[in-house]
Design a protein around this ligand. Sequence first.
Ligand code: NAP
Length: 340
Amino acid sequence: MSGMNRRWVLKRRPEGEIAPGDLQFVETPIPALGEDEVLVRNLYLSLDPTNRIWMSDRDQYMPPVEIGDVMRGGTIGVVETSRSERFKAGDIVNTGLGGWQTYTIAPAAIVSPVPMIPGVPLTAFMSVLGATGLTAWFGLMDIGKPQPGETVVVSAAAGAVGSIVGQIAKLKGCRVIGIAGGPEKCAWLTRDLGFDGAIDYKNEDVGDALDRLCPNGIDVNFENVGGKIMDAVFDRMNTFGRMALCGMISTYNDDGPPSGPNDFGRILMRRLLIKGFIIIDYLPRAGEAFAELAPWVASGQIKWKAHVVDGLENAVDALGRLFTGDHDGKLLIRVSPSTI
Ligand SMILES: NC(=O)c1ccc[n+]([C@@H]2O[C@H](COP(=O)([O-])OP(=O)(O)OC[C@H]3O[C@@H](n4cnc5c(N)ncnc54)[C@H](OP(=O)(O)O)[C@@H]3O)[C@@H](O)[C@H]2O)c1
């Protein structure tokens, strides 16, 4: 196939929030396919807080995106042309980090079929049944190790990862308190997802609210935000408490290393476990999470939402929504039309 590819390229490293000109939208010819390669037309692009980290030249878990390179991002698409025996035109596949572009050429070895489940839309595999759900499940189950009756607190609780964390913790018999921005998101947590309480960090003091809603302290903190919100939770953690450090989104636009908890001694005095994790390390064990999540999703026991923005050209503007909270569910770009 010949034709043009539309793609976002990193032109310079953002300082603070992403500014116009940090990325550039370009058109380039689609090269010919090599042996054992597939050409995939991307259907959905996942927008993730970590995209901002990848644009920076800071110490991180993957190399930063190089200046001049196509922006990195997770994609699902449909095979247009295949030079691999494993795939044929029309197959729906996960291209891994297929990038912010309309077409991805990938070696067949790194492409995997999307396991379709009747009644479950494709967007689920970019959310609750994709890296988002795996992050929630492994962070909570492998690090948080929630026990029935324990109190679990999750920040960015109405977001993609946080909303799944809280629902899993409920299914495991815990008392769950979520921290989210605004009354509507907080109402969704308690009314629709079954959280035991929600704290609107934009309109109330998080520490006071935690004292009210967690009278017996906090056993598990699933940390998505960092900064002052993390401190307020950390200061109330019980002896032998566990903190799964999933993300620190409040710091991603800042220069320099983010601060840790203000009372480091509490880790010793309360014998806390604090463990950072990145989901890629768990991918070999994905089946464990999938085995629990897929039936919960298919039966409706776990609810989830996708916020789909049309058009790859809108990806940069849309990414900013993760930092303002102006989105309702897992943030995705519809790169090209899908009938699935
Ligand atoms: N470790 C891993 O492998 C891994 C994998 C995926 C995600 N993560 C991390 O998980 C966290 C959530 O990611 P997600 O993809 O599920 O995004 P998300 O929660 O759907 O969206 C981000 C949310 O973060 C909240 N937020 C942003 N800036 C904030 C601030 N300054 N203070 C308080 N809250 C703020 C906003 O929630 P409100 O609207 O409620 O304010 C926003 O909606 C991020 O830290 C991300 O880096 C980690």
